[in-house]
Design a protein around this ligand. Sequence first.
Ligand code: AMP
Length: 220
Amino acid sequence: MRTRLMMLGPPGAGKGTQSHRLSEVFGLPQISTGDMLRAARKAGTPLGLAAATAMDSGKFVPDEVVVGIVKERLTLPDVQHGFILDGFPRTVVQAEALAEAGVVLDAVINIVVADEELVERITGRCTCPGCGSAFHTRYHPPTTEGVCDDCGTELVVRPDDTAEVFIGRLADYWAKTSPLVAFYTQRGIVHTVDGIGGLEAVQERIRVIVEGRDSSPLTV
Ligand code: AMP
């Protein structure tokens, strides 16, 4: 059975962290458009450089750009048993493009966290540019301050994780991304998960849903 998942939720809800963990639990590739764009930027590709300004100011990269990179990624052989989409689709236009490309999703995990909690969480978040692991100075500190537990790389604070930029990202989520809840609810594949609690507790809630879900999804 294929497991084609999408993680939905506001910035800071834990999509990246949970996708990373579930990718290991289920042996499925995590397809994060944010990570792909950051890698393209680090490599200095024209795509990465074009996306840089939008990313630093917390704005969305144009739909056609992200749709292009995801379609290309989904042609790689490692998606044969499924995948975990993390941060894509982020607009209804992207979701329609995915469906038009013939990509069927089995489940959309909608991680719900209140806005006030998100703003609190985002200050203190740091990520590993080496392996993608995420830490938080209060909720999930690395063993050695500033250093990734998993690969030893120095942790960084993303430029789009400042409070000011974050408030704008949250507004964009409500205006442009949250309509996807209705879009996928119509297709009968949305599962709402409480994103409050420890990483393990939230992971367990998602694992139970993914393992127990109906194996005959509606087509997107
Ligand atoms: P993320 O790591 O998912 O928070 O993404 C970081 C940044 O990459 C976002 O703030 C956007 O600038 C850009 N980005 C990632 N995914 C998308 C997407 N699906 N659509 C538009 N922009 C995106």
